[in-house]
Design a protein around this ligand. Structure first.
Ligand SMILES: Cc1cc2nc3c(=O)[nH]c(=O)nc-3n(C[C@H](O)[C@H](O)[C@H](O)COP(=O)(O)OP(=O)(O)OC[C@H]3O[C@@H](n4cnc5c(N)ncnc54)[C@H](O)[C@@H]3O)c2cc1C
Length: 382
């Protein structure tokens, strides 16, 4: 007979590890299944840093989730003893009508979030690494900061295990199945078959393979992150002096970046926000090519002149984009005992703790008090 659990979590990356923790902490008998190792670098949750911010240009509907996420980041830091989150402040730069500036400002005003609006001269004075155009403006938010993806996944996995979860690594899920409403669910892996009352499926970039029956279009994109040693040293780039940032050009191109987080030799990370190439996660080009590094170096020179001092390293990662770039976070439309989390569209990590809580709510109660109407997979059926 197949071993039986209350809940099986498929995929122990950012979202799945958080779900495994919240479920186990609620006393559920949890099995977690992950095809790679713990906190690996082959999916979407690696590279040392992710931006957290509260005023949200993507849609003000995310703000209550971000506020809850902040509480849970703080709790996770205490419970795990890991440095999972650092407040650095965050700066959005762009023209007055840019999405990064105007969208962020309107979301802050709608929710009464603390912020400052800076002119180009204020930006140069307070944050001298930036060289904005005279027409650029800045939105500054003190509560923004850096989430640490590998430390977060490790913290959630450790806490899940401490609460009794059974976690299997290097075990690949080949298929899953669910009976009618109220019935059991099965998972078949390359090592065996398991059964549970409920499933949580959080496969990241493998959603097009494991969740094809959702009828959702999720497109996987290769995205590159770059680390540079700033010219003149990391002094002005230390996290006590330098915010996380998103900078939008009049043509809509956005770059984002971080302070120098890992000591004087670690460099500062920067990337284009949405300049990706459609890819398959099983054949992803993980090599970063010299012409890609040259392109971002050239882009940075006029904007953050001292940042591209010396190129240190680069890494490929994946976005899983839905057509409207909003998440998929819901009960499976055809199988109420299956909860799905995918399509985080390059902006999901800051929500990891609250997504874990929502997945645990949906899997145990069938409902959640968190506002997730925006993430219903039926909105974008193709
Ligand atoms: C370069 C880059 C920069 C980003 N920057 C930010 C940022 O600044 N702020 C922000 O909020 N977000 C950011 N994001 C987005 C964020 O990191 C992702 O939304 C988030 O990590 C997605 O988590 P996930 O759990 O869906 O995917 P993952 O963490 O990849 O987890 C999915 C897991 O499922 C496993 N899996 C898949 N198929 C199977 C199978 N068949 N059997 C077993 N296991 C399986 C995978 O191995 C993987 O571990 C960024 C992403 C990238 C790539």
């Amino acid at each position: 007979m197949a071993p039986s659990y209350d809940v099986i979590v498929v995929g122990l990356g950012g979202m799945g590890s958080a779900a495994a923790y919240h479920l186990a902490a609620r006393g559920q008998r949890v099995l977690g299944l992950e095809r790679f190792g713990p906190a690996h670098n082959l999916g979407s949750s690696h590279g040392g840093s992710r931006i957290y911010r509260q005023a949200y240009f993507e849609d003000p509907a995310y703000v209550p989730l971000l506020l809850r996420s902040h509480e849970l980041w703080e709790k996770l830091a205490v419970d795990s003893g890991h440095e999972v989150f650092t407040e650095t402040g965050g700066l959005m730069i762009g023209r007055e009508d840019s999405l990064a500036f105007a969208g962020t400002l309107s979301s802050a005003q709608q929710w009464g979030l603390d912020h400052e609006v800076l002119g180009a001269a204020d930006i140069r004075r307070r944050f001298p690494t930036f060289n904005p155009a005279a027409e650029d403006v800045g939105f500054y938010e003190r509560k923004a900061g850096v989430a640490r993806p590998e430390a977060t996944v490790t913290a959630h996995l450790n806490l899940a295990r401490e609460h009794g979860a059974e976690l299997h690594f290097a075990e690949m899920v080949l298929a899953w199945e669910a009976d009618g409403p109220g019935g059991k669910a099965w998972v078949v892996t390359d090592r065996g078959t398991y059964t549970a009352d409920r499933l949580v499926i959080a496969p990241g970039a493998w959603a097009p393979k494991l969740l094809s029956g959702l009828g959702m279009s999720v497109t996987v994109e290769r995205q590159v992150m770059y680390w540079f040693q700033p010219e003149g040293g990391t002094g002005p780039f230390t996290p006590d002096r330098h915010p996380v940032y998103i900078w939008e050009d009049p043509d809509g191109t956005q770059i984002y970046g971080f302070p120098s987080l890992d000591g004087p030799d670690g460099g500062a990370k920067v990337a284009f926000f949405r300049k990706g190439v459609p890819s398959d996660p099983d054949t992803l080009d993980r090599e970063v090519h010299p012409e890609e590094t040259a392109a971002i170096t050239e882009y940075l020179r006029p904007r953050i002149p001292t940042l591209p001092g010396r190129f240190l390293k680069a890494a490929a990662c994946m976005y899983s984009n839905t057509p409207d770039e909003h998440f998929v976070l819901a009960q499976h439309p055809e199988h109420p005992q299956v909860t799905v989390a995918c399509g985080f569209s390059g902006h999901g990590f800051k929500f990891v703790p609250v997504v874990g809580e929502i997945l645990a709510d949906l899997a145990t109660e069938g409902t959640t008090e968190h506002p997730i109407a925006l993430f219903d997979p039926r909105r974008v059926r193709v």
